[in-house]
Each structure stands twice: as structure tokens, then as C-alpha cells.
Design a protein around this ligand. Structure first.
Ligand SMILES: Cc1cc2nc3c(=O)[nH]c(=O)nc-3n(C[C@H](O)[C@H](O)[C@H](O)COP(=O)(O)OP(=O)(O)OC[C@H]3O[C@@H](n4cnc5c(N)ncnc54)[C@H](O)[C@@H]3O)c2cc1C
Length: 268
């Protein structure tokens, strides 16, 4: 959130995704503290409905806006805004594995007698461990990956278009790309994880340099080598179609999700 706070310090607005009223929606703020509510990876498809026109209105009124989102959303807003206001719009995208529908997350939570509309907050990651935490409690137990998270990591549960994503490449649509750094020699990477920032433009570089971020150089080739979604879209799990066919038939998701995941883990 250091980039977002710096942008606000410079007088701009930030538009990004947050969990609110049971939905993964977008909001816009120019408040230094409120912007922190955007923090955290949400491993689910977020919904930017209506926010692109709000961003356009802000730009038309002479404001600068920083938009942070998935690469497909960044490409969409760029297309929507057009060239007229592009100088005032700074774009940050995430390296993206793919996204499951929130409906799937809801089905998963329901198995644990929880639901998106009744929980206060949800996290998808505890340091390096991928797991769902609801109101700070692990859905299985703290420190243990659950089936939703394993399905996400293995590429079992994404919406179909993610497997042919045009943006899973080193050619980025943004000024800055953020992801996880893997394969570097930096000690902290193994200990607690660090973010990877790829900077595409001069204005991206200026925002990054002015922000309160501890910057260390990494080997670009190694960063790409160790991050598959900088090379190609996630490969579709051979079990994915079976998985979704059976969800639609309303079979017991928790039973066969366990079965499928065991076979996925054994085969990959
Ligand atoms: C669905 C998904 C898949 C990912 N796959 C990969 C991957 O394969 N490889 C990799 O290196 N990194 C991947 N990432 C990025 C990684 O998990 C971190 O989000 C990234 O490193 C930034 O973390 P941070 O703590 O520095 O950012 P934070 O300070 O937490 O900021 C993250 C920003 O991203 C926005 N954001 C989070 N989730 C969403 C969402 N679902 N839709 C729109 N905006 C969102 C937040 O609102 C916030 O503005 C993925 C992220 C997501 C959401």
C-alpha cells in the first residue's frame, strides 16, 4: 500500500478492490488511512462494476487516479478511459494466476457454516501460507491450507477464460506490475516473502522511487523464470471440467473436492 499512500500524498485518488458487504468490489479514496482497506490479496474474481465511469469523472474534473487491479481490469479501464486522460491515470496490475468465481468461495464457506454476507473480513494468505482466514481464524485451522486455497494454487477452480489469458506475459498493460518474488538470492524472500515490482514506464519509476518501499534489485531473467504467469496463462487442471460439471449437478462439493484434490496433488 506504499504506492497508494504516496499517490495520495501527491494529491491523487486511489481506486482498488476491497471486501465490503459480502462482495469483492472496488472503491475510490483520497484518504491516507482509508486506502489501507484495499490491502491484501483476494484470491477470487473481483467486480469493478460501475467504477470505471467514476474514475473517468474524476479524471475529467482534473484529478489524478491510481488504479490497482488484475491485469484484465487494468486493460479494461485503459480501454475505457482512452487516450484523452491517460496522462492522469497511473496503472498498477498484479501478476495473476487466475481467479475463481466468488460463487465457488461462497459454496466453500457454506460447508463451514459461514457465508460472505455474514462474515466481517476474509484473508486469503497468512505470510507464505495460502489459506482462508475468516475473522482472523483459519477456516480449517491456523497455518493449514484448505481445499479452496489448494484448488486455487493448482489451477483447478478458475473461470474458463483465465486459462487463455492474454495478459499472462512479460508484456504488461500497466505502469507497474506487482507480484511475489521467487527465485532471487535475497534472504528475506525465503524467510517471509517479498514482493516483486516490474516497472514499465518513467512515471511508474517515479512513483516507486518516491514511495516508502525498500528496493532491492533482482535478476530479471530469474524472476521471469520462477513466475510462470509472466510466461503463459495457468495450465488448466485435467480435472477442472469434471469438477465443474459435478458442481452444476449439485453433488456434494466437499466430498469430491477432496477426492479431486488428492488426485491432482498426486499427479502434478
Ligand atoms: C487472483 C490473484 C492471483 C495472483 N497470482 C499471482 C501469481 O501467479 N504470481 C505472483 O507473483 N503474484 C500473484 N498475485 C499477486 C500476489 O498474490 C500479491 O497480491 C502481490 O504480490 C501484491 O501483494 P502486496 O502485499 O505487495 O500488495 P497489497 O499491499 O496487499 O496490495 C494488493 C493490491 O491488489 C489489489 N487486489 C488484491 N486482490 C485483488 C483482486 N482479486 N482483484 C483486484 N484487485 C485486487 C488490492 O486491492 C490492493 O490494492 C496474485 C494476486 C491475485 C489477487
Amino acid at each position: 500500500m506504499a504506492l497508494a499512500q504516496q499517490f495520495i500524498k501527491e494529491g491523487g485518488y486511489v481506486c482498488s478492490c476491497l471486501f465490503q458487504n459480502g462482495e469483492f468490489c472496488f472503491d475510490i479514496t483520497n484518504d491516507f488511512e482509508s486506502v489501507l482497506s484495499f490491502g491484501g490479496s483476494k484470491y477470487v474474481k473481483s467486480n469493478p462494476s460501475g467504477v470505471y465511469s467514476e474514475v473517468l469523472q474524476l479524471l475529467k474534473s482534473g484529478n489524478k487516479v491510481l488504479f490497482i487491479g488484475l491485469p484484465c481490469q487494468v486493460a479494461a479501464i485503459k480501454n475505457y478511459i482512452g487516450q484523452r486522460y491517460e496522462e492522469s491515470l497511473v496503472l498498477v496490475d498484479l501478476i495473476c494466476h487466475g481467479t475463481p468465481s466468488p460463487k465457488l468461495l461462497e459454496m466453500f464457506l457454506n460447508q463451514y457454516s459461514k457465508g460472505l454476507k455474514i462474515i466481517e473480513n476474509i484473508k486469503f494468505r497468512l505470510k507464505e501460507k495460502y489459506q482462508i482466514l475468516v475473522n482472523e481464524e483459519g477456516i480449517v485451522c491456523r497455518g493449514v491450507s484448505d481445499k479452496y486455497s489448494i484448488g486455487f494454487i493448482k489451477g483447478l477452480t478458475f473461470t474458463n477464460n483465465c486459462y487463455s489469458c492474454n495478459y499472462a506475459s512479460v508484456e504488461r498493460v500497466s505502469d507497474i506490475t506487482i507480484g511475489d518474488s521467487w527465485g532471487s538470492e535475497i534472504v528475506q524472500e525465503k524467510n517471509r516473502g517479498i514482493s516483486l515490482m516490474l516497472v514499465q514506464t518513467q512515471r511508474g519509476m517515479e512513483l516507486l522511487k518516491n514511495s516508502d518501499v525498500n528496493l532491492l534489485e533482482v535478476d530479471f531473467a530469474k524472476a521471469i523464470e520462477n513466475n510462470a504467469q509472466l510466461k503463459h496463462p495457468m495450465v488448466k487442471s485435467i480435472h477442472r471440467d469434471y469438477f465443474f460439471d459435478n458442481i452444476e449437478k449439485k453433488k456434494l462439493i466437499h466430498l469430491f473436492l477432496g477426492f479431486i484434490l488428492r488426485s491432482v496433488l498426486n499427479k502434478i
